[in-house]
Write a protein of this length. Structure first.
Length: 253
């Protein structure tokens, strides 16, 4: 049930422009280098530096700093202002939104997990993205039985262990990307969106089990983020043209 996501380095004359209906997904490796984190740290806000310093374990701190610095750099390119003029505001479930510059219709979302970050950027439509490292020791059976629908849990339990783990994380990222798009937390929400996957298609069929949500329009796509990572993208519109770009540190200011 694996699919291939085609990642590319942007052309040399890439302009960081978005047209309506376009989505740019950026993939960034997160090295655990203190030198790289030190170079990027000045791009962060005071609040972000305080948050980073609360993490006493070096490697997660470096990954947070690098992810936020890359996010700020990308947004500064798209909206045309310096990184220091980018200001975020967190929604109730922690999803960041761009508040400065306020007139820009940019929507974005970010996720990172063990050495990998994905950042999705578009115009006007709410968006959610998730990436997970495929942890072969995870108790996927117990988690699926607790948080997934009965149909999904039964399906996963029918698979041999290696495939079950892979598909568990595919289901998880799809659900979390949708919930992040909606600005919801995962608590109580994972079982309210059903996932159906076609083996050779990146687009995922989403079934909303809550009657009040069934009129909502969105598209959901699974992403091959790397040999050890899976991801998913959710967008609050029926269809979109998605480009998958590989980040390069040469874009840093």
């Amino acid at each position: 049930m694996s699919i291939s996501t085609h990642w590319h380095f942007p052309p040399e004359d890439f302009l960081f422009k978005l047209a309506p209906g376009n989505v740019h997904v950026w993939r960034a490796p997160l090295s655990e280098s203190p030198e790289r984190a030190s170079r990027i740290r000045p791009l962060l806000s005071d609040q972000e530096i305080i948050r980073a310093n609360r993490c006493r374990v070096p490697h997660p701190q470096y990954q947070f700093v690098i992810t936020r610095g890359i996010l700020r750099t990308l947004l500064s390119h798209y909206v045309g202002v310096p990184t220091t003029e980018i200001h975020f505001e967190n929604q109730p479930q922690g999803k960041p939104m761009l508040v400065t510059p306020s007139a820009n219709p940019i929507e974005f979302n970010v996720s990172h997990a063990r050495g990998m970050a994905l950042i999705a950027i578009t115009l006007q439509h709410a968006i959610g993205i998730d990436v997970e490292w495929i942890d072969r020791t995870v108790q996927d059976r117990d988690i699926a039985e607790r948080y997934f629908s009965k149909r999904e849990s039964t399906y996963l339990m029918s698979l041999p262990t290696p495939e079950r783990t892979q598909q568990f994380f595919t289901f998880w990222t799809c659900k979390e990307a949708y919930l992040k798009m909606e600005g919801q937390g995962i608590t109580g929400g994972l079982a309210h969106c059903g996932i159906s996957i076609e083996p050779d298609q990146s687009e995922v069929r989403l079934t909303l089990l809550n009657q009040q949500d069934q009129s909502k329009t969105c598209s959901l796509h699974r992403i091959t983020a790397g040999s050890e990572h899976v991801g998913a993208l959710a967008l609050a519109c029926q269809s979109a043209q998605i480009s998958y770009w590989d980040w390069q540190d040469k874009y840093l200011p």
